[in-house]
Design a protein around this ligand. Structure first.
Ligand code: ADP
Ligand code: MG
Length: 256
C-alpha cells in the first residue's frame, strides 16, 4: 500500500492547521512511519516550525511547481523518518506564479507525488486558509482532508464554505470530501460555547469527527517559536499527549 495522502485544510486561519500538520507528522515519524510533510502555505509556518529557514531554501514547493524536475530533488531530510518539501515566505514568487497561473493545473502536484508514493507511509500537506492554486493542487493530490477546527462558529463556517467550494470544484476535489474528517483543536471543555459548538458539530457531522480532542495548551503556542515540535519541547504536556493519541487514531483511520 502506498502513502496515504492528506491535506490539512480549513478556510479559517489560526485554527491549528499548521500545529496539527507538524505534530501529526512528528508523532507518526516517532512511531516509525515514513513521513513526507509538504508545506503548501505561503506563510511557510510549517517550514519554520521545523527549524528550517525558508529564505535559505532554493528548493521549495513553488520552484517545484514552477520549474518542475524530479520531486526527489526538492525533499529535505529533517530527521530520520521525517522529510519536508519547504515553502518560501516570498510573496513575489508566489504572486508571479499566480499571475502566470495559466501554466499550472490542479492535477500537477498529484502527478509529481505519484512516483514517490511507495517511499512513504504518509504524505501530509499543510494548506493555506484559501482556495488558491496551491491549495487546490494539494487538495487534488490528497486522498482525503483533515479539517482542524476550533469549536467556534467561524471555524465551523470555514468548513462549511470549504465544502461548498470543493463541491463546486467537482471531480477529485469533491470526491475527497467523502473520506474527510474533522479534528477539534484548542478545546476547552469548561467553556460553554465550546460544548455547544461541539454538540452542534457532532449532530451535523457525527461520524466525521475524530474522537480525540486537542486541548488548548500554552506549550502549543510556544513550540513554533522554539522551532521544536511538541514531542521535543514538552513531551509530557497534556496537549502533547493529545497529539500522540490523535496520531494513533489518525493512523488507524488512514489505514482503513
Ligand atoms: N492546541 C493549542 N493550544 C494553544 N495554542 C495553539 C494550539 N494549537 C495551535 N495554537 C496556536 O494558535 C495559533 C494558530 O495555530 P496554527 O497552527 O498556526 O493555525 P493555522 O495554521 O490554522 O493558521 C498559533 O499561534 C499556534 O501556536
Ligand atoms: Mg498555518
Amino acid at each position: 500500500m502506498g502513502a496515504r495522502v492528506v491535506a490539512v485544510a480549513n478556510l479559517k486561519g489560526g485554527c491549528g492547521k499548521t500545529a496539527t500538520a507538524v505534530n501529526l507528522a512528528d508523532m507518526l515519524a516517532d512511531a516509525g512511519e515514513r513521513i513526507l510533510l509538504i508545506d503548501a502555505s505561503p506563510q511557510a509556518n510549517a517550514t519554520g516550525y521545523l527549524g528550517i529557514d525558508s529564505r535559505e531554501q532554493e528548493r521549495n514547493l513553488y520552484e517545484l511547481l514552477y520549474e518542475g524536475g524530479r520531486i526527489e530533488d526538492y525533499i529535505l531530510d529533517v530527521f530520520p523518518g521525517l522529510s519536508l518539501i519547504p515553502s518560501v515566505m516570498d510573496l513575489s514568487a508566489a504572486n508571479m506564479f499566480f499571475s502566470e497561473g495559466g501554466k499550472a493545473h490542479d492535477s500537477d502536484l498529484r502527478k509529481m507525488i505519484e512516483p514517490i508514493l511507495n517511499d512513504y507511509d504518509h504524505i501530509i500537506f499543510d494548506c493555506a486558509p484559501d482556495f488558491g492554486l496551491y491549495t487546490r493542487c494539494a487538495l487534488y493530490a490528497a486522498d482525503f482532508y483533515l479539517f482542524p477546527t476550533q469549536a467556534e462558529y467561524l471555524s465551523y463556517q470555514g468548513i462549511i464554505t470549504f465544502r461548498e467550494f470543493s463541491e463546486r470544484a467537482g471531480g477529485r476535489i469533491k470526491d475527497n470530501l467523502r473520506r474527510s474528517r474533522i479534528l477539534l483543536t484548542m478545546y476547552s471543555r469548561n467553556i460553554r460555547m465550546t460544548r455547544e459548538m461541539e454538540r452542534r458539530m457532532t449532530e451535523e457531522f457525527h461520524c466525521e469527527l475524530f474522537n480525540t480532542r486537542i486541548r488548548r495548551g500554552v506549550r502549543a503556542s510556544e513550540a513554533p517559536s522554539y522551532s521544536q515540535t511538541l514531542r521535543m519541547l514538552a513531551p509530557t504536556a497534556g496537549v502533547t499527549m493529545d497529539y500522540r493519541e490523535f496520531a494513533r487514531e489518525y493512523k488507524e483511520y488512514a489505514n482503513t
